[in-house]
Design a protein around this ligand. Structure first.
Ligand code: NAD
Length: 497
């Protein structure tokens, strides 16, 4: 928690020193070609920093470095208890620098400072600590062998991991990868999004300060089509772990096939249904959750509840409650601790969102609230939280991931209909069900093709449960002990006795 005011944050922002260089072999370094790109703040459009625009040469250097340190064993063969101690120190340093990191995140991608501090940075530190805590409590297996054989089933780190992450929760997505990757002894080359590179660059140094050997964590800012592609095609990268769009996820599988068949683990897009039955236990809570599910983080959330499915018999009563609840989500300056909706990440994303709003009008949906750009005089990229009623699943606003604060309302009469509409999507990341009938809630939850299902709430979860997608929302899971599977190979060793 913090008692800092908007004026305090603005004062800190004005004197903040921002590092924009890549981090290779334990030190900050310019990109090989000395290329840079402008890092602009969506809060007000101002230039924050010149950031290294890494390319293939930087990828080659970082991967060679990561490989060398992996083979040397200073981290990969360190006792798990010692890796734990380092990761706990790393988590501690993230917490110690929480205000600085939150400020960087807010300036870089526009999210409210209170969220950056209390959600993003807190969860990032927690992810690192949780994985560190776990690693000296995991045991390998002895197979059920004949008397004269000993069969050992052991887990080994995969080697060099390339982690490619998006801009909506920049540090948190990075730490969901770094926690299990580092805990299991791998070396990592992290590529943050070109739209939000600053916190990744900063924490690399904190990791070294915590005692992580140089070269175990490298950070390469730059564009997807240059450094991202170079990492994904690299013959000496063993695994790519990714969070981002389904379009890029698909491309990464192609790159793996075209190169060394590296393992590819994908956390991709979503178009999550939020199903409200007439017998929901608390319609007011459901309305507030529906609003928060589309407005939190400006709707730039992979699990955003972007399709609200409402049982026809309660729609006339329920929708005004959702509209009212959404009015509590007001765009404002993200450095104000009371702001709950910040700026969209950049002009490109704002224009994408506005073009979907236009598509909603064109396709005949009915605008209930919002629908416009706002706070234009700030120079920032703000869009009003928006609801369209009268949406069918055939409309683009119901089919495609908008990744902004635009909610589509659809209606149904029976549970079978609700399930059919909910599953009629290439995505399968998350879903929610509201009902006080325990059997109906369970049966609906079972029928939904999604990696996370919430009952009578939206967006529950912590490090203890796996997170990821069915269908084109991805493969593999982040968080929980299941995440460790992505970063280890299973080995069977047979010993003749
Ligand atoms: P994106 O796919 O455009 O970019 C993600 C990352 O991939 C960035 O670092 C980008 O530079 C890189 N990239 C782009 N092209 C590349 C290429 N050809 N080769 C290698 N790397 C490349 O996604 P985004 O716009 O940054 O993020 C939004 C998306 O992320 C949404 O679809 C959202 O649903 C998804 N997301 C998913 C989860 C999840 O856990 N499933 C969580 C957060 C966000």
């Amino acid at each position: 928690m913090t008692t800092l005011t908007r004026a305090d944050w603005e004062q800190r922002a004005s004197s903040l020193e921002i590092e924009g260089r890549a981090f290779i072999d334990g030190q900050y370094t310019d990109a090989a070609a000395s290329a840079v790109f402008d890092c602009l703040s969506p809060v007000d459009g101002r230039l924050l920093a010149s950031v290294a625009s890494c390319g293939e040469a930087d990828a080659n250097r970082a991967v060679a470095n990561a490989r060398q340190v992996f083979e040397a064993g200073s981290w990969s063969r360190l006792a798990p208890a010692k890796r734990k101690a380092t990761l706990l120190r790393f988590a501690g340093l993230i917490r110690q620098h929480a205000e600085e990191l939150a400020l960087l995140e807010t300036l870089d991608m526009g999210k409210p400072i209170s969220d950056a501090l209390n959600i993003d940075v807190a969860a990032s530190a927690n992810a690192i600590a949780w994985c560190g805590e776990a690693i000296d409590k995991l045991y390998d297996e002895v197979a059920a062998t004949p008397h004269d054989q000993l069969g050992l089933v052991t887990r080994e780190p995969v080697g060099v991991v390339a982690a490619i992450v998006p801009w909506n929760f920049p540090l948190m997505m990075a730490c969901w990868k770094l926690g299990p990757a580092l805990a299991t002894g791998n070396s990592v080359v992290l590529k943050p999004s070109e739209k939000s590179p600053l916190t990744a660059i900063r924490v690399a140094q904190l990791a070294v300060e915590a005692g992580l050997p140089k070269g175990v964590l490298n950070v390469l800012p730059g564009y997807g089509h240059s450094v991202g592609k170079a990492l994904a095609l690299h013959m000496d990268v063993d695994t790519v772990v990714f969070t981002g769009s389904t379009k890029v996820a698909r491309q990464l599988m192609v790159y793996a096939g075209e190169s060394n068949m590296k393992r590819v683990w994908l956390e991709a897009g979503g178009k999550s249904p939020n199903i409200v039955f007439a017998d929901a236990p608390d319609l007011q809570a459901a309305a507030e959750a529906a609003a928060s599910a589309i407005a939190f983080n400006q709707g730039e959330v992979c699990t955003a509840g972007s399709r609200l499915l409402v049982e026809r018999s309660i729609k006339a009563r329920f929708l005004p409650m959702v509209v009212e609840a959404l009015k509590q989500w007001k765009p404002g300056n993200p450095l104000d601790p009371n702001t709950n909706v910040g700026a969209l990440v950049d002009t490109q994303q704002m224009n994408t969102v506005l073009s979907y709003i236009e598509a909603g009008h064109q396709e005949g949906a009915t605008l209930l609230v919002g629908g416009k750009r706002t706070l234009e005089d700030t120079g920032g990229t703000y869009v009003e939280p928006t609801i369209f009623d009268g949406v069918s699943n055939a409309m683009r606003i119901a089919k495609e991931e908008i990744f902004g604060p635009v909610l589509s309302v659809l209606e149904f009469d029976t549970a079978e209909q609700a399930i059919a509409i909910a599953n009629d999507t290439p995505y399968g990341l998350a879903a929610a069900v509201w009902s006080s009938d325990i059997s109906k809630a369970h049966l609906t939850a079972k029928a939904l093709r999604a990696g996370s299902v919430w009952v009578n709430q939206y967006d529950g979860g912590d490090m203890t449960a796996p997170f990821g997608g069915f269908k084109q929302s991805g493969n593999g899971r982040d968080k929980s002990l299941h995440a460790f599977d992505k970063y280890t190979e299973l080995k069977a060793t047979w010993i003749k006795l």
